[in-house]
Design a protein around this ligand. Structure first.
Ligand SMILES: *Cc1c(COP(=O)(O)O)cnc(C)c1O
Length: 424
């Protein structure tokens, strides 16, 4: 049997040259492979370093050196209000009002802190609904919260099973909410499922949760910087996410949180700290906690400025390109990857991620048909040739073209690598 030939390298270069949104690859530090560059598809795990990150960190180190404690009050990027510099572009990226977002802590910590306010189980309504097969940290957090309140995860942590194809779809979620509705305190759902790359309709899930009398919260680790979000309009109660995946802010970067404007002034229970205190009176150092209205009122500590500095730099290209244009390019890149696989690599790879572009983001999860050992061998072959995806046991390779720095040429390199391994 003769196979159709893969496109030529020049074809992929032409697609890149004529793409309506030019790549910003030059603004990133691409890991080297031999004399060339890696085809790096792991922006869903750790986004690449923006060149501007170093200058942003140096600016903080320099101010610390020159003016030390006065750095809190010196210049436009003074530390006292530094977190506010990132709030505006961040609000744009997630489709929220400026007061609804804050950069603070880490993702799992934010999940816990917001659940203090938004998971208020009662005897009648003790349960949390989440997806089966969730990222382990989320499951640990939710299970420990259920226990902390004196309830039993065996009955009160409800994990919705996906279909045989590993996907949920809105109908399955609606079904589960309907079935357990009168016992639900909280529906906690991902924006994009990390293993399969399935994307969800946040507004619809929120509507269903609210109709059942439950709170709606989201973990957007794999959605932020990947899909255009409309958090305010979705009506979600709260959301949390990290910034080191699609948002390129560096390992362990300061994370993000959203609290809907309707809760801005609400007298919700919370774990308080001085940085969440009303800004106007914080330095009176009084004994009574008065929360700042909005998401900032959930802050605990004065923020790690050195941790916020790369985030400030990393948000700039998102703010000036805008999520709609980035998403359109992302759909073209992922569509090209899908096309090459369906046309040329069907006998090796099975696409787990939904075929409908509206139900996925950048990532395709690819099950290797030959099983675990074949899959691992293919993954290692690709890595040895400078094509980096990531491996999920037992047989899945995740490939996530990031629209700021990945190209059609990168994607063709992936396809050529798989073809060479098959021929090998
Ligand atoms: C990446 C990721 C995490 C990681 O949590 P940290 O607190 O940042 O270590 C948690 N949950 C999900 C869904 C993730 O994708």
């Amino acid at each position: 049997m003769t196979r159709p030939l893969l496109p030529a390298h020049s074809d992929a270069l032409a697609l890149d040259a004529h793409d309506p949104l030019p790549t910003r690859r030059d603004e990133f530090l691409i890991p080297r492979h031999g004399d060339g560059e890696q085809a790096y598809f792991v922006g869903n795990s750790l986004g690449l370093q923006p060149r501007a990150a170093r200058a942003s960190v140096d600016e903080v180190l320099d101010a610390w050196e020159r003016v030390a404690v006065e750095g809190h009050f010196t210049g436009q990027a003074q530390w006292m209000t530094y977190h506010e510099l990132v709030a505006e572009p961040l609000a744009q990226v997630v489709g929220a009002h400026r007061e609804e977002v804050v950069a603070m802590n880490s993702l799992t910590a934010n999940l816990h802190f917001l659940m203090v306010s938004f998971y208020r189980p009662t005897r009648e309504r003790p349960a949390i609904l989440m997806e089966a097969g969730a990222f382990p940290s989320d499951r640990y957090a939710l299970e420990s919260q259920v226990r902390f309140h004196g309830f039993d995860p065996a009955t009160d942590l409800i994990e919705v099973e996906p279909g045989a194809d590993g996907l949920f779809g809105t109908a399955r979620i609606a079904d589960a909410i309907e079935r357990h509705g009168d016992r639900l305190a909280l529906v906690l759902w991902p924006g994009v499922q990390y293993r399969t790359g399935e994307a969800f309709d946040l507004a619809e899930i929120t509507r269903l949760a609210h109709a059942a009398g439950a709170v709606a919260g989201f973990d957007l680790a794999h959605a932020v910087g990947n899909l255009p979000l409309h958090l305010h309009d979705s009506d979600a109660d709260f959301a949390v996410w990290c910034h080191y995946k699609y948002l390129n802010s560096g390992p362990g970067a300061v994370a993000g949180a959203f609290v809907h404007a309707r809760h801005a002034q609400a007298d919700l229970p919370r774990f308080a700290g001085w940085w969440g205190h009303d800004k106007a009176t914080r330095f009176r150092m009084g004994p009574e906690f008065q929360p700042t209205p909005g998401a900032e009122g959930w802050q605990l500590s004065n923020p790690p400025i050195l941790g916020l500095a790369p985030l400030r730099a990393a948000l700039a290209p998102f703010a000036d390109t805008g999520m709609p244009a980035l998403r359109a390019k992302s759909a073209r890149l992922t569509g090209y990857l899908e096309h090459l696989i369906r046309t040329h690599l069907q006998d090796v790879l099975d696409i787990v991620t939904p075929a409908d572009p509206a139900r996925r983001g950048a990532q395709l999860s690819l099950r290797v048909r030959g099983g675990r050992d074949e899959g691992r061998a293919l993954f290692d072959h690709l890595a040895a040739h400078g094509v980096l995806g990531d491996w999920r046991e037992p047989d899945v390779i995740r490939i996530s073209p990031a629209p700021l720095y990945n190209t059609h040429a990168d994607i063709l390199r992936f396809a050529q690598g798989v073809a060479a391994w098959r021929a090998g």
